[in-house]
Design a protein around this ligand. Structure first.
Ligand code: UD1
Length: 360
């Protein structure tokens, strides 16, 4: 079997780590195409190095841009890559796309139009928020794909509700595979920050925060309200600043590093996991981080009106807090008494992915 994985943005590299490890030693051919959507070393190269992912076979170097320009440039370039017989010695058996970014949609469209079998990893997630670019990317990709690899029973039911059950398989969540492995590797290590804030952050004495979604960063008033709320929290807030946040805050004339906020650069994946483990709780709008907090048993407060991972809400491990004015009260809540369940599996999803692809 010849499989071509297409990735481009940070969370996709984590998923790719699980999949490429599952392919290693199987005898299947697995090629990696990197669109270049994320290009800063701290958003891309460090993930390949830390998570032992083979270097991409093809790097398109597309970079940033508006949705149309970025997705269109990827689409044009991927047509040439997928039809190059040198890529995997003939026609690929699967184009495998991940999650919900513009790289996902571009590869899905290219594969569909070239009549190449398309598989979507992390299929069936829904926010039902049509203002999110990611919602369009995932819905369109699911409907274009021939094989839908669902991470949870709820995701499978979402697909069934859209008439896609015949193409769907429940394989589990591959991010959990990687997280559980990394958690065990970093548990005893000290907190490592590339640009440490002046004061020392004690384990259990800080909140970990990320903000990068368009809905929180694009409107200057909304962004100001979110950053004001973080600044006023009663504990130090370790804010891992995605370049989008820095760019939008600078454009809006809002300083993120004030009050409780200790602003640092994005962390490599193992250091992020270690920082979550050391935190008293997480404040985020990232899908992956909500799930990571849940799996690491740290209470999460999500700066959104909905989540694609509603399993995290059970028992109060994750709370939706769309109103920045309510953030302080939400983070002061007591951690849940009951341990969370295992809705995301036990770390064996990536083998299921390879099996589902091989079964066709
Ligand atoms: C993208 C995904 C989002 C995902 C996120 C993970 C889409 C529509 N969005 O959002 O679903 O949660 O990745 O991080 O695909 N930039 C840099 N360096 C980089 C990459 C980006 O400075 O290496 C800056 C640029 O100013 C760029 C901005 O970040 O314009 C946004 O980057 P982009 O790739 O468009 O989307 P993300 O916000 O990263």
């Amino acid at each position: 079997m010849k499989v071509v994985s297409v990735v481009g943005a940070r969370p996709q590299f984590v998923k790719l780590a699980a999949v490429s490890a599952a392919f290693a030693g199987t005898g299947h051919t697995h090629r990696i195409v990197h669109t270049g959507q994320h290009y800063d070393a701290e958003l891309s190269d460090v993930f390949f190095a830390d998570l032992h992912i083979p270097a991409p076979d093809v790097h398109l170097g597309i970079g940033s841009g508006g949705h149309g320009a970025q997705t269109g440039a990827m689409l044009a370039a991927l047509d040439d890559v997928f039809t190059d017989p040198g890529l995997c010695d003939g026609r690929p058996d699967w184009i495998l796309v991940y999650g919900d970014t513009n790289s996902t949609l571009a590869a899905a469209l290219s594969a569909a139009k070239l009549h190449l079998p398309l598989a979507h990893l992390e299929a069936g997630l829904r926010s039902h928020n049509r203002a999110m670019p990611e919602e369009h990317n995932r819905v369109l990709t699911d409907h274009a794909a021939d094989l839908l690899l669902a991470p949870t029973p709820l995701a499978f039911r979402n697909l069934a509700g859209e008439g896609l059950a015949a193409r769907a398989r429940m394989v589990g969540d591959v991010m959990t595979d990687v997280l559980l492995r990394v958690r065990d590797a970093v548990a005893g290590l000290p907190l490592a920050l590339p640009d440490p804030p002046g004061d020392e952050l004690r384990d259990g004495g800080y909140l970990l925060a990320t903000v990068h979604r368009a809905e929180n960063t694009d409107d200057p008033e909304r962004l100001r309200a979110v950053l004001d709320a973080l600044a006023e929290l009663p504990l130090p807030v370790l804010l891992l600043a995605h370049p989008r946040l820095r760019a939008k805050a600078a454009a809006a004339g809002v300083e993120p590093a004030r009050g409780a906020v200790r602003l640092v650069r994005p962390l490599p994946y193992p250091d992020t996991v270690r920082a979550v483990l050391g935190s008293r709780g997480v404040v985020t709008d990232s899908g992956g981080l909500q799930k990571e907090a849940f799996l690491l048993r740290r209470p999460c407060t999500t700066l959104r009106t909905e989540t694609e991972w509603p399993e995290t809400l059970e028992g109060g491990w994750n709370v939706l807090c769309p109103d920045p004015g309510a953030l302080a009260e939400a983070v002061r809540r007591h951690p849940p008494a009951a341990a969370p369940g295992h809705p995301y599996g036990t770390g064996l999803a990536s083998e299921q992915v390879v099996e589902a692809l091989a079964a066709g």
